[in-house]
Unconditional design. Structure first.
Length: 366
């Protein structure tokens, strides 16, 4: 059994709360399984599957322990933050993995790297005060559509002013401009909100489409889709109508079909097989090579190169909201993006982009 097939089998078992076949496990290269699962942020799920079958060693215990500590730490900090936001009258809503983790059978099974929260952008400065008073340091503020806060050793919060920005495409950006109108208030709360199930599904699929079509996305994303859908009764006429407005009908249909077929152990079509290969090669957050090849195929080499030097003014506004009040800062933002973020905070990413750009040729798109 291939390593990727072993991982798919193990996580399929654990999310269905079935004990894996010990005979199959005995044939697996468990070191390779753990390594591959780690690249897709599935090591906790794989370890829980192995543990359920009686395979308990230092690797499985460590993977489960790390995942549990991370989610418990994030949850504790989230509870304190939500209490402060409620007291301050700032509306807010958890996003992505912060919601999806609760659809998995066991706590810690769905690994998390951070905690994403949508909030009232007009209160960004108040949120910053709340976060810093709670011991967080501000990593990014007012630069893109999310502010980033860290607390040692492992806590990372991304506070989203908007769900999507202009860099994610005009249609998607405009669809979510007035997102609060789609939200439902949490029971017993005045400022805590959530999506209805259908709108949450539309959101996570839109989010995955952006990753998939740029740098790629990993197995965890289609596992999220599978876990969310397997026991849901959804209004598919509504979902299909809204997905059509976003222009991602084919992706949603293919992604859903792939998720259900992969984790139910069903035969894949040729198209699904290619889609799975791309996902397997991408890792959790995709690869820079995928991003470069996809963008060059879409725009051409010269246009892509120029786009890495600067951004169109509307996208610069999206990344640097300060320009709305002080347009005169545009050249300084351009220099900051190129020199400070490019050469210092994102030097490794920049080098990889240049390397892939220079090595790219027509065979990638033929």
């Amino acid at each position: 059994m291939k390593t990727e097939d072993s991982v798919i089998y193990l996580v399929s078992c654990v999310v269905k709360q079935k004990i894996p076949d010990k005979a199959l496990i005995s044939e697996m290269d468990l070191a390779a399984v753990h390594d591959f699962a780690s690249r897709h942020m599935l090591n906790a799920a794989v370890s829980m599957a192995l543990e359920s079958a009686g395979y308990e060693d230092a690797q499985t215990r460590q993977s489960i322990g790390i995942a549990l500590r991370k989610v418990l730490t994030l949850e504790a900090e989230k509870n304190l933050l939500f209490q402060k936001l409620e007291e301050a009258g700032i509306w807010h809503m958890p996003l992505k993995g912060a919601v999806l983790k609760d659809y998995y059978p066991k706590l810690g099974m769905r690994e998390m790297s951070d905690y994403d929260i949508l909030f009232d952008a007009s209160r960004a400065k108040d949120v910053r005060k709340i976060m810093e008073s709670a011991g967080f340091s501000t990593t990014e503020f007012g630069i893109q559509n999310e502010d980033v806060y860290r607390k040692a050793p492992v806590t990372l919060f991304e506070m989203h002013r908007t769900l999507f920005g202009t860099r994610h495409g005009k249609i998607i950006c405009e669809y979510y401009v007035n997102v609060k109108e789609r939200l439902l208030k949490d029971d017993g709360k005045n400022y805590a909100y959530h999506f209805r199930a259908e709108d949450f599904y539309i959101y996570i699929i839109t989010h995955e489409y952006i990753h998939y079509s740029t740098s790629g996305t990993g197995l965890r994303s289609i596992l999220d889709t599978y876990v969310f859908l397997r026991e849901q009764e959804l209004d598919w006429s509504y979902i299909e109508a809204e997905i059509s407005k976003l222009g991602i009908t084919d992706f949603e249909r293919n992604n859903r079909s792939l998720a259900l077929h992969v984790f139910n152990g069903e035969e894949l079509s040729d198209e699904e097989g290619l889609m799975l290969d791309y996902i397997i090669s991408s890792g959790t957050y995709g690869t820079i090579q995928n991003a470069v090849e996809n963008k060059i195929s879409e725009r051409g080499r010269l246009a892509y190169f120029l786009s890495r030097l600067t951004l169109p003014y509307p996208q610069m506004l999206d990344e640097y909201p300060v320009l709305r009040k002080m347009p005169v800062l545009y050249p300084f933002c351009w220099l900051y993006r190129l020199l400070v973020r490019g050469l210092f905070s994102r030097r490794r990413k920049l080098i990889c982009q240049l390397k892939n750009l220079l090595s790219w040729n027509k065979e990638h798109v033929n």
